[in-house]
Write a protein that binds this ligand. Structure first.
Ligand code: WT7
Length: 648
């Protein structure tokens, strides 16, 4: 696919949109020349209880990394997402819920959302949840997930959401690290016609050592499925919420008070607790939602992400609601009960803005026209993509089929750590090139550097870094500022390291090439090779493991695991299935290896370091390009692995 294939902004689109290219260029220049003035003005997109007088106070200096925005201001997130809209749009739908089953839906107005959030906030207070306490959410994709998030923000509690697909082991790890006091969950979730055992997973997690920080478990009865009940610990959502007052005064929070923790995978060690704070995060989520999706009154917006990921935080809940939008929350999967479910939901609710992931697009594309059968999708105005590079073929299919060749696609690049979108087209301003995330958002200063950290100019490829802070940037890793500095600010001094590689073309457009570290991106889900390896070696029969990513048609990347068994153990089809199941149980289904390669030995340097570069090449069948192998302790290992790979 040629990158010369450009989709220019039509005059009509520029006319109808919030921003033209001229405005983008002028505002972008202003945002970089004088960030204080720019963000000082833009911060007014929110309602502040106490207005800020300071705007930006950030340092990327080694040893003194510190990020502060609007630091003397006070505000409340739930008041910005709900209360301030009540006078003008109390009866407008805030959350449009579409169940896993097409005959289930709910419309929740801003008035109704206010009532539900206030009552649940009061219920949390009655359980002695106080400002600064950490609340773990392990929720299905129902409106209660958003209600619980907003209630936490209303009373100043810090939520830590664990994706509903994660295992008891993973829940326990996050509860322990964040010292969660309360867990909020449901009896079961529903996905693709099958129940998801949420409460049972929480019960199992809480049996693990170190989780006794949890005082209560609040259980929303979603399916009515049978669950175990611990009288001393478990509380029924409805029972504790129904008697509560429908008013709850929002707590005034400092702009730099913690808002939430969200765990994400890194290249080494256990998942990291990314901490976002209140003011800068919300300003940035609100601004980016408005301009990236060109949000206008009357839009129906649908983001298909789960609340358990950062996209679900910033662009399912906080960004849309702070703008007073109608946000659609979908419990199910894009191809159930029919292949065309996604398009059917678009038609049913007249969705105008659709935000989804390349992996979903590729899965639909594989089904051909069945994916749009019987639907018109005429309501759509703008399409979005997020989570991984979108290949030009998938881009074109999304554009032609889902968007009827009439909707611009915003390919948005960002990360859990960035809080909001950093590199993206803007619908009325940016000429599109399939596969490119294009240009930086206001206030964002990307650069490409070589491996020594030297800034590269012009059309070139390099490591993607950010030269200065933006309001939505993470502030630290929960309880681990050293690891924060080490991970993001030590590779290249004075810059934020993204971990991604990118290329910049003659027009200054960025093309993300993927991770340059040992982080995998499987179906838009981030996973550390180290995490999967540690799950593998915890199996009693496994001595050693090394995990690499390989290209995968639908998932983007697949998981290829080299496994060395303890002496005396032998590989078998049964063990193959058992080991896959083991990882599934240790981390969650998304971490299940696609391929296990029983290896007698792994290529190591004389000092014992596994040479992953070589393992990557072997896994992708590029064994003719192994590069320098002179540091190998035992070169025969490599020949053996190549032979085994060919037989897989
Ligand atoms: C990593 C961050 C951002 C929310 C979902 C993922 C990759 C993300 C794109 C894109 C190419 C992308 C990067 C990034 N990524 N969006 N539009 N084009 N790559 O958040 O789990 O923190 O993962 O996802 O590699 O570093 P995350």
């Amino acid at each position: 696919m040629s990158e010369n294939h450009v989709y220019p902004v039509s005059a009509e689109l520029a006319e109808k949109s919030l921003l033209t290219n001229e405005q983008y260029l002028a505002d972008y220049a202003a945002s970089i020349n004088d960030p204080e003035a720019f963000w000082g003005e833009k911060g007014k997109i929110l309602d502040w209880i106490k207005p800020y007088t300071k705007v930006k106070n950030c340092s990327y200096d080694p040893g003194h990394i510190s990020i502060n925005w609007f630091e003397d201001g006070e505000l409340n997130v739930s008041a910005n997402c709900i209360d301030r809209h009540l006078a003008s749009k109390g009866d407008q739908v805030a959350i449009l819920w579409e169940g896993d089953s097409p005959d289930q839906d709910q419309s929740i107005t801003y008035n109704e959302l206010h009532k539900r959030v206030c009552q649940f906030s009061n219920a949390l207070k009655a359980q002695d949840v106080q400002k600064g306490d950490v609340v773990c959410l392990y929720m299905p994709m129902t409106p209660e997930a958003a209600v619980a998030m907003l209630a936490c923000t209303r009373i100043g509690a810090v939520h830590s959401i664990v994706f509903g697909g994660f295992s008891p082991e993973a829940i326990a790890g996050r509860i322990i690290d964040s010292k969660s006091k309360i867990v909020i969950t449901a009896d079961e979730g529903r996905r693709g016609g099958r129940p998801v055992p949420l409460k049972a997973n929480v019960d199992e997690a809480l049996e693990k050592e170190g989780t006794d920080c949890v005082e209560k478990v609040i259980v929303f009865k979603n399916t009515g499925g049978d669950v175990a009940w611990h009288e001393q610990r478990d509380l029924d959502w409805e029972t504790i919420t129904a008697p509560q007052s429908e008013q709850c005064e929002p707590t005034a929070m400092n702009a730099e008070d913690p808002l939430f923790i969200l765990y994400t995978s890194g290249s080494t060690g256990t998942p990291k607790g990314v901490l976002h704070t209140t003011g800068g995060y919300l300003v940035y989520a609100t601004m980016t939602f408005k301009y990236v999706f060109d949000y206008q009154e009357g839009d129906i917006y649908w983001c298909t992400a789960d609340v358990g990921w950062i996209t679900g935080h910033s662009y399912l809940v906080y960004g849309p609601l702070a703008n007073g939008a109608t946000t659609l929350l979908f419990e199910g999967v894009p191809t159930y009960p029919t292949t065309a479910r996604m398009s059917e939901v678009v038609d049913k609710h007249n969705v105008t803005l659709l935000y989804t992931a390349p992996t979903a697009i590729r899965a639909l594309m594989a089904k051909g026209d069945d994916a749009i059968k019987g639907t018109s999708r005429e309501s759509l105005r703008i399409l979005g993509s997020v989570g991984e590079p979108i290949n030009p073929e998938a881009w074109e299919w999304y554009y032609d089929k889902i968007g009827n060749k009439s909707c611009p696609i915003v390919d948005t690049w960002w990360q859990t750590e960035t809080g909001g979108i950093l590199i993206t087209p803007l619908p009325g301003a940016t000429d599109l090139k399939p596969g490119s995330a294009t240009r930086p958002f206001f206030g964002v200063q990307p650069a490409l550097v070589d491996n020594e950290g030297v800034i590269l100019e012009g059309a070139i490829e390099g490591n993607l870094v950010m030269l200065d802070s933006w309001p939505g940037q993470m502030r630290t890793l929960f309880n681990n500022h050293d690891r924060f500095e080490q991970t993001y600010f030590s590779t290249f001094k004075g810059m934020y390291t993204t971990g991604d590689g990118a290329r910049r073309d003659e027009d200054g457009y960025y093309w993300i090439t993927g991770r340059v570290d040992d982080v995998l991106n499987v179906s838009g889900h981030r996973m550390g090779t180290a995490e999967i390896e540690s799950a593998l070696v915890s199996h009693p029969k496994i001595a050693e493991a090394a995990v690499v990513g390989v290209p995968h048609e639908i998932k983007g990347q697949g998981i290829y695991a080299y496994v060395t068994l303890n002496s005396g153990e032998f590989s078998s089809p049964e063990l193959y299935a058992e080991v896959k199941q083991w990882v599934r149980k240790e981390i969650g289904p998304i971490a299940t290896p696609d391929i296990l390669h029983w290896a007698e030995g792994l290529p190591k340097t004389r000092s014992g370091k596994i040479m992953r570069r070589i393992l990557r090449k072997i896994a992708t069948g590029e064994s003719d390009q192994l590069g320098d192998t002179s540091t190998l302790a035992d070169p025969s290992v490599v020949d053996q692995l190549i032979k085994e790979n060919a037989e897989l």
